[in-house]
Ligand binder design. Structure first.
Ligand SMILES: [Zn+2]
Length: 181
């Protein structure tokens, strides 16, 4: 079990009361921190600091939500697996309708329980952030954990040359032996 930190990010904050909207337009601001990703149990993102602006427009029969998310996330580097900061900026549009769980054929429309009228945006925002992370994300040149990249390179080299290993001693193994004390 993970030890729970004292200050927990309150996901209730991310619930938008669509049904209770008093005006046709509304703006909300959210701040995402490391706790947000921890509480969501987000496996792809280790943490982050982002600001989210949401503008909600109430139309006849639906709600249009525009999200602007900007900041950085902490993700493992592809090359050395150490944490790195990845800048993120993403704009997303979402249409929500009040209804029942059964009519959810349309992927682009989020159905909000008409009795409750609350749209929980926490996971939606997480998905916007996760989708905005470039597939390849690495440290700036020279900023990688060099000990780790070296070992990983040696390991992949070892896999490739496993068939030849019996025939000759790979000089990289000698180098690795020297590293291990
Ligand atoms: Zn790296």
């Amino acid at each position: 079990m993970q030890a729970k930190s004292v200050v927990m990010c309150d996901l209730e904050t991310f619930k938008i009361d669509l049904k209770g909207m008093k005006t046709d337009e509304q703006s909300l601001e959210f701040d995402l921190n490391d706790e947000f990703f921890k509480v969501l149990d987000a496996s792809e993102v280790n943490g982050g600091a982002l600001h989210v602006s949401v503008s909600i427009r109430k139309a006849s029969g639906f709600y249009e939500l525009l999200f602007h998310t900007e900041g950085t996330v902490t993700v493992p580097c592809d090359l050395c697996l150490d944490d790195m900061e990845q800048p993120i900026m993403t704009d997303n549009r979402l249409v929500a309708k009040l209804g029942t769980e059964t009519n959810t054929e349309d992927d682009d429309v989020v159905i909000v329980d008409e009795n409750e009228g609350m749209l929980d945006t926490s996971w939606l925002i997480y998905e916007f952030v996760a989708l905005a992370i470039p597939i390849k994300h690495v440290h700036a040149p020279g900023k990688c954990n060099s000990a780790m990249t070296q070992k990983l390179e040696e390991l992949s080299g070892a896999v490739r040359s496993s068939e030849e290993a019996a025939k000759e001693i790979d000089p990289r193994w000698e180098a690795l032996k020297k590293l291990k004390v």
